[in-house]
Ligand binder design. Structure first.
Ligand SMILES: NS(=O)(=O)c1ccc(O)c(NC(=O)NCCc2ccccn2)c1
Ligand SMILES: [Zn+2]
Length: 265
């Protein structure tokens, strides 16, 4: 089973998931000097609508926490997107200390964590699973997280972590979490064509990474690292310090010949 340790981490994934060695992989380093501003992006503002009551369950996948959402009623349109995308889930990546943990880096700089809101193209595909097999199937909104004030919306996730401490555990999200409240104030972003950053690393993601980081506290990051990557009652398979999920980010891959566009300053 893939993971983030030396034995089963990102540099081993291509063995069982050949797409992980592809030329449209994510994450990448955002070399801001390479970004081209594109009037067509400016002319179609990114627009989203989320239904907080539709955030259903939170699960410990063994690779991190993930909040699953009932896609109905949500929509993401505009910017680089053709058609309508619906929110499927959101999750986060972090590191063993706050000097690293984001998946994308900006001019070589890592952030403490990165929030991903995963959407699928409901104009063309029946569900997220099908959409994941097509180059225009998914869109992920990425939010860089830096250490600062406690993040009130993310605190609703943190409060649920003790009940999903082990792999496979899930619980109802009782207090609605509003994904829109986890996005930055300014909506400037970079966009490029990439992939899932976890196996099977499908090359089906239009990435939209907001430029403005959002704050999260050290205590909140510490809570993420308290998740365990093994099932309750089983011994710890991973050679992580007593099976704690202290780091779950994929290092950056080459942008190659892909275009990197930006919208807003
Ligand atoms: N990282 S990503 O490219 O946004 C992405 C897209 C679609 C997916 O199904 C996943 N998988 C996913 O969220 N797995 C469950 C929880 C998780 C959280 C953090 C790291 C790895 N896994 C990730
Ligand atoms: Zn992710």
């Amino acid at each position: 089973e893939w993971g983030y340790t030396k034995r089963n981490g990102p540099f081993t994934w291509a063995k069982n998931y050949p797409t992980a060695a592809g030329i449209r992989q994510s994450p990448v380093d955002i070399d801001t000097a390479l970004a081209t501003s594109d009037s067509s992006l400016e002319s179609k503002p990114l627009r989203w609508k989320y239904v907080p009551q539709n955030t259903r369950t939170i699960v410990n996948s063994g690779h991190g926490w993930r909040v699953d959402v009932d896609s109905e009623g949500s929509e993401l349109v505009g910017g680089p997107l053709e058609g309508t995308y619906k929110l499927q889930q959101f999750h986060c990546h972090w590191g063993s200390s706050s000097d690293k943990g984001s998946e994308h880096t900006v001019d070589g700089q890592s952030y403490a964590a990165e929030l991903h809101l995963v959407h699928w193209n409901s104009s063309k595909y029946a569900d997220c699973g099908e959409a994941a097999d097509y180059p225009d199937g998914l869109t992920v909104l990425g939010v860089l997280l830096k250490v600062g004030a406690k993040n009130p919306e993310l605190q609703k996730v943190i409060d649920l972590i003790p009940s999903i401490s082990h792999r496979g555990e899930k619980t109802e999200v009782k207090e609605a979490i509003d994904p829109a409240k986890m996005l930055p104030k300014t909506l400037s972003y970079w966009t490029y064509l990439g992939s899932l950053t976890v196996p099977p690393c499908n090359e089906s993601v239009t990435w939209i990474l907001f430029k403005e980081p959002v704050e999260v506290s050290e205590e909140q990051l510490a809570a993420f690292r308290s998740l365990r990557c093994y099932k309750r009652g089983e011994e710890c398979p991973c050679d992580e310090v007593d099976g704690l999920l202290i780091s779950n980010y994929r290092p950056t891959l080459p942008l190659g010949t892909r275009e990197l566009r930006e919208c807003g300053s």
